[in-house]
Design a protein around this ligand. Structure first.
Ligand SMILES: Cc1cn([C@H]2C[C@H](O)[C@@H](COP(=O)(O)OP(=O)(O)OP(=O)(O)O)O2)c(=O)[nH]c1=O
Length: 197
C-alpha cells in the first residue's frame, strides 16, 4: 500500500494500524478554487494527492491513500501558517471559540485510477469540533516561538505539548484533528482490500 503523504503523523498512524505502507508524497497545488468551500477543498485535495501518486503506478494492483487537513471557522479556511505572524493571527482568531477541523481522505487502486480516472477514487470528509480556551497574547507568542504551530493547519497541533494546553473540548474523532481519521479510513481500506479478493 502506498501512502501519498510526507506527514510523520499520518505515516505513524497508518503503520500503527498495521498497514505496511511505502511513503510517496504528492506535490500538488493546494490553493483553494474561487468560491470553494472547506469541505469541497479537503475532499478535492485528498483526491488530487491520491491521483497524482496513482499516476506513477500505471496499472499496478496497489492501493494509494491520501489525506488533507484544514481548520475552518466562520466559513474561513485556515491552512498552514505562512510565518510566525500569520500563526499568531490564526491563534487569536481561534481563541475562546469553537472551530472545525476537516480532513479529506481518499483511497484509490492505481490500476482502477488508470482505467476510470477520479471516478475510481473513494473518499470521505471527517469533521471534528474543537473548542479553545481564551488565549492571551503572551501565551500565543510563547507557543508560536516554540515552533510547534508552523507546519500545522490552523497553527496548532493538538498532540503537541503546547497544543494540548489550548484545547477546552473536542467533539468527534481526535485522530481526525491530528490529520488522519484512522478508524474510519481503516474501514474503507479493508472494504477495498476485501472487494479485490
Ligand atoms: C489542527 C492540526 C493539524 N495538524 C497537521 C496535520 C497535517 O499534517 C497538517 C495539515 O497539512 P496537510 O496539507 O493536510 O498535510 P501535510 O502537508 O503535512 O502532508 P501531506 O500533504 O504530504 O499529506 O496539519 C496536526 O498535526 N495537529 C493538529 O491539531
Amino acid at each position: 500500500m502506498i501512502l501519498a503523504s510526507q506527514s510523520p503523523r499520518r505515516i505513524e498512524l497508518m503503520r500503527e494500524a498495521g498497514y505496511d505502507v511505502v511513503v510517496e508524497p504528492a506535490d500538488i497545488d493546494e490553493t483553494p478554487l474561487p468560491d470553494e468551500g472547506p469541505r469541497e477543498l479537503v475532499g478535492r485535495l485528498a483526491v488530487s494527492k491520491a491521483m497524482a501518486v496513482a499516476a506513477q503506478h500505471g496499472h499496478e494492483d496497489e492501493l494509494v491513500v491520501a489525506a488533507d487537513t484544514i481548520v475552518t471557522i466562520d466559513g474561513e479556511i485556515l491552512g498552514k501558517p505562512a510565518d510566525a505572524d500569520d500563526a499568531c493571527h490564526m491563534l487569536r482568531h481561534l481563541s475562546g471559540r469553537t472551530h472545525q477541523v476537516m480532513t479529506g481522505a481518499c483511497v484509490v487502486r492505481a490500476g482502477d485510477a488508470a482505467e476510470a480516472g477520479e471516478a475510481a477514487a473513494r473518499r470521505f470528509v471527517e469533521v471534528t469540533d474543537v473548542a479553545f480556551y481564551p488565549l492571551i497574547d503572551e501565551e500565543i507568542r510563547r507557543y508560536v516561538d516554540s515552533g510547534e504551530p508552523l507546519d500545522k493547519a490552523g497553527a496548532y497541533g493538538i498532540q503537541g505539548v503546547g497544543g494540548r494546553m489550548l484545547v477546552k473540548k473536542i467533539d468527534g474523532d481526535y485522530y481526525n484533528v491530528v490529520g488522519l481519521p484512522i478508524a474510519r479510513l481503516a474501514r474503507l481500506i479493508d472494504e477495498m482490500l476485501n472487494e479485490a479478493r
